[in-house]
Design a protein around this ligand. Structure first.
Ligand SMILES: Cc1cc2nc3c(=O)[nH]c(=O)nc-3n(C[C@H](O)[C@H](O)[C@H](O)COP(=O)(O)O)c2cc1C
Length: 305
């Protein structure tokens, strides 16, 4: 693996990374299992599965539905909570040589604040704040879909945290320009676009929604054009806010599209579930592309505009 090809070096604002490839939260566990396939230090960063304040059993089965161009999931942020995470996962993450990012999810603004605050002082490189999850004080509307809630949450998290902060918002966030403005104004370091797209499947035998929670998250190639459009628009609104592209990225060619649309970094999700070597393969292929074309990835960010 040509992991030291400097042409792959990528910058997310002030953060310098060996390459732009990062696992999307929830599709890579906490990285430990992938260590048996390859050295995960070849990744630009390792991003953990979203952790919540309390432990969560997640949603009832079934949790996965396959569609022709992607999968739908209704995992429901199953995890063992922040105390367990600090005891069992953070010590492992801190042994890694690459960047260590932690994803946090809350159901109230205060939960986000408590989570971010409790990570102060730990040797991590970034916190991804998953504001695309439902706010229980707003009838389950996603934090990123309400400008006041988004502003309040990001403001309070920024105030209590000394980490590099990434806001992960939904691809359907509307109006997107307002959300981008809030993320930047509140002093967040980057935006991640984005999460799964809300979808529905019907079980025609039982004549009921396939998932117990009715709506589930669609990911994979089906959402790539939506994610690419969101990255393009975010870059058009504010080229100074570093962007992480996420949604349907399966190949190095997909990564190049996202970078040319304005993303500095790409998160890979569903591809990891199909092929555990998806990310190192993409890195190798990007390395070959850069060498063959005598170009660095950094030169390509936003070039299609
Ligand atoms: C099984 C599964 C679990 C996920 N869990 C999380 C999670 O815990 N936190 C989060 O922010 N996103 C989660 N996501 C969303 C992914 O991180 C990513 O944003 C989404 O799948 C789009 O990328 P993709 O099309 O490359 O998969 C999950 C996605 C899948 C498929």
């Amino acid at each position: 693996m040509d992991s030291i090809n400097t042409k792959l070096e990528s910058r997310l604002g002030s953060m310098v990374m060996s390459n732009p490839i990062v696992p999307a939260s929830g599709t890579f566990g906490n990285g430990k299992k992938f260590q048996s396939f390859y050295d995960i230090n070849v990744l630009g960063a390792v991003l953990s599965k979203s952790v919540t304040l309390e432990s969560r059993t997640g949603n009832p089965q079934p949790r996965i539905f396959e569609t022709p161009f992607g999968i739908m999931n209704s995992v429901g942020l199953e995890n063992k909570g922040i105390d367990w995470f600090k005891k069992e996962i953070l010590p492992f993450l801190t042994t890694l040589k690459t960047k260590k990012w932690v994803s946090i999810s809350g159901f109230t603004t205060q939960e986000f604040v408590d989570l971010a605050e409790s990570l102060n002082g730990f040797p991590i490189d970034a916190i991804e704040v998953n504001v695309s999850c439902p706010n229980i004080h707003a009838g389950g509307v996603q934090f990123c879909q309400n400008q006041n809630t988004l502003k309040e949450t990001l403001h309070k998290v920024r105030k209590c945290s000394n980490s590099f902060l990434i806001a992960k918002i939904a691809l359907e966030t509307n109006p997107l320009d307002e959300a981008i403005r809030i993320i930047s104004d509140e002093g967040f370091d980057a935006v991640c676009l984005g999460n799964t797209v809300r979808g529905l499947a019907i079980d025609v035998v039982n004549k009921k929604p396939f998932f117990k929670k009715t709506i589930a998250g669609l990911s994979g190639p089906a959402i790539k054009p939506i994610a690419l459009r969101a990255v393009w628009e975010a870059y058009s609104f504010n080229p100074n806010l570093p962007i992480i592209g996420c949604g349907g990225i399966m190949t190095s060619s997909d990564v190049l599209e996202f970078i040319m649309a304005g993303a500095s970094i790409c998160e890979i999700g569903t591809a990891n579930l199909i092929d555990p070597f998806a990310m190192p393969n993409i890195i190798n292929s990007l390395s070959a592309y850069c060498s063959q074309n005598a170009i660095s990835l950094r030169e390509l960010v936003g070039i299609a505009h």
